[in-house]
Design a protein. Structure first.
Ligand code: ZN
Length: 190
């Protein structure tokens, strides 16, 4: 699944931190992330925090802007494997899969979404070493979902037809029931 991989699960000082997830309506989720140019202690901490935050039951992937950092880094947690990718680019996709998809930034809402069955992403790790992450099924879906995040896109942007209408209805209800804490109405326009 991976090559040249060394988990960043712990920082040099041995500490890690679970970070709060930014929710739908936060502008950072709509801002394309900047490429990482400096491989420093801050990046090591970011990679560790992403891995620590994603490695929990029910979580599969996490992009840096979901914890408020607009940098091109994401972490994944699939089949018990945790890792991260810095400055990723999708190198290849193949086939199709249709399954339910959700997002930590849009809690508890899941919709069917067609994605490529296989995806391969290339980037580097926190130390700048080349890394390839590739897989099918959930890992492929995760790679595509997180790449969208890094471009400032959300999976609900890819919905169409009646599924999209239902999603917009659900989000509007969420907005009303959360009193505006989760979303702003202007963002619900298709
Ligand atoms: Zn997401």
């Amino acid at each position: 699944m991976t090559s040249g991989w060394a988990p960043a699960h712990f920082r040099q000082d041995g500490t890690v931190a679970q970070r709060p997830i930014r929710l739908f309506g936060d502008p950072v989720l709509r801002t394309p992330c900047d490429a990482v140019g400096t491989f420093d202690e801050a990046l090591i901490s970011l990679a560790a925090d992403l891995e620590e935050t994603v490695a929990a039951p029910g979580r599969a992937g996490l992009a840096a802007n979901q914890i408020g950092v607009s940098r091109r880094v994401f972490a994944y947690y699939v089949d018990g494997q945790v890792g991260h990718l810095v400055n990723p680019v999708i190198e290849a996709v193949e086939g199709e899969q249709e399954d339910e998809e959700g997002c930590l930034s849009i809690p508890e809402l899941w919709y069917p979404l067609r994605r490529a069955r296989y995806a391969r992403a290339r980037g580097v790790d926190r130390l700048g070493q080349p890394v390839v992450v590739e897989g099918e099924g959930l890992l492929a879906r995760c790679i595509q979902h997180e790449m969208d995040h890094l471009h400032g896109r959300l999976f609900i942007d890819r919905l169409s037809g009646s599924v999209r209408k239902q999603a917009m209805r659900d989000l509007r209800e969420r907005y009303l029931s959360f009193g505006g804490a989760l979303a702003r109405p202007a963002l619900l326009v298709c």
